[in-house]
Design a protein around this ligand. Sequence first.
Ligand code: FAD
Length: 480
Amino acid sequence: MRQAFKLLLIGLYGLLPFVPLILLAVMPLPSTHAGRPFRDDLASALAMTGFGLVFLEYLVIHRLRPVSNLFGCGPVMRMHQLFARTACLFLVAHPFLYSLWGTMGSTGGPAPRALGIHGASLLTGALAWVSLIALVMFAVHRHDSGKDYHRWRFWHAVLALAVIGLGLHHTLHAGLYASLPWISAYWWALLMVAVVVNLTIYLVMPLRQGVHPYALTGVSQRAEQTWELTLSARGAPVVAPRPGQFFWLKHRSPWSRRDHPFSVMQSSSPADRLHFLIREAGPFTQSIPRLPQGDTFYLDGPYGDFQIPEQAQTVVLIAGGIGIAPVIHLLQDCAQRDDVRRFLVVVAAKTPAKHVDLASCIPLSRILHLSLVRVVEAPDPVWADRVGRCDGTMVRSLCQEAGISLVDPGVHVMICGPTAMADSVERELVRAGLPIVALTTERYQYDLGERSPLAQRSVRQWWAISLAMLMASAGFAYLI
Ligand SMILES: Cc1cc2nc3c(=O)[nH]c(=O)nc-3n(C[C@H](O)[C@H](O)[C@H](O)COP(=O)(O)OP(=O)(O)OC[C@H]3O[C@@H](n4cnc5c(N)ncnc54)[C@H](O)[C@@H]3O)c2cc1C
């Protein structure tokens, strides 16, 4: 059922950018709209498909719970980043394909042998074109710029709105086919969807969060620079998270533009009390030990899909650094259910002082078949467990030592940790025969730079779909 729903959503997503082309192909065209050169129809088709994708980018963001809970936030963000490139390429290229430059319609509206572009629509088109390039370039180089993350996110949203607003004006006033009622209705419908998504995220969700305030009722140190934050509901609690899920935490106001995602380490059900494990990284996380008791938080979530599949018989959990937070929640759930499946848990940290004492968080003895391996890179004289870098080679040999065959269809591997570790483990285990579907990774950085098999699979799918979009646009231009 879940799989069928996923496929339905993917199908709808793939179909939506083509709706104008399909409508134009099946509906009778007025004679004024026929007879343009192939190049110009290709330019229009790319513009329509690309602009449809821009709208869809609003739907493929992790703040839409049904989407992120079904696909996981990482894959959703990866597709958002990839299809932004397709939209950008199509839209940036389209003005160069027109052959009718120089035969622009003046103010009399579009005509087939002229480019329906003049004055205002030329200006909005140019501004949307520049805004789109800026939007994608700033996103691609987000880390290089050293900019404040939250400021970047604000300007990302502003530029996206500019592309939509300016682009819509340009399309409706310059587009030959957009002058047809059913095509302009399509653009207005997409605009409505984008408005609804924005209103939901920036108005409805903060209003909803405002009625579920949480109070800070505990901060305790769990390891070096690592704090457990306990929040207690002041009124009605939020939806209880599934193990492996996370919330965006807003400090002091539900309207704050600064929010931070944190995996739940422990939760009561209903979610009266939530525990988070937080490592110091920047201004907010470093302020945690100094926060006063009773301080107010607002929660957005739960999000994510980092859960152990029911059908898995042997589960390998690999946690690097603060990636231990969701793994604790998963193991607590297994302990509560007296899970009899087999578990190999590998927990890696730089030094012994950075290791969280798992026995104090989870009744480990209730998980009957559990092997726990702790790894550090820089041991102290009393360290008695593994030493080294927790990469693919180490995890592969730990699986071998535990007698786990990676080609066994009952094995499922789950990774949460730094990008370099996750990439290396994914690569090595897939090379050793682990099917890619037996791999789930949660990343705390939404970047495309990963050279992991899961990211590469997304890139292959993106190439295939983007090429299909290009060919469909060319096919449309040829047939129309
Ligand atoms: C799904 C997810 C779950 C996470 N779970 C945990 C956890 O359980 N424990 C933990 O210690 N850390 C977790 N993190 C990382 C944590 O969110 C950041 O370390 C924290 O937000 C940093 O905030 P800061 O003000 O201290 O530093 P900043 O300087 O503001 O941020 C440092 C970096 O954190 C990332 N970041 C900050 N805010 C956001 C945001 N709103 N959305 C996405 N990324 C952001 C950005 O890459 C940014 O460059 C998680 C991240 C993600 C994406």
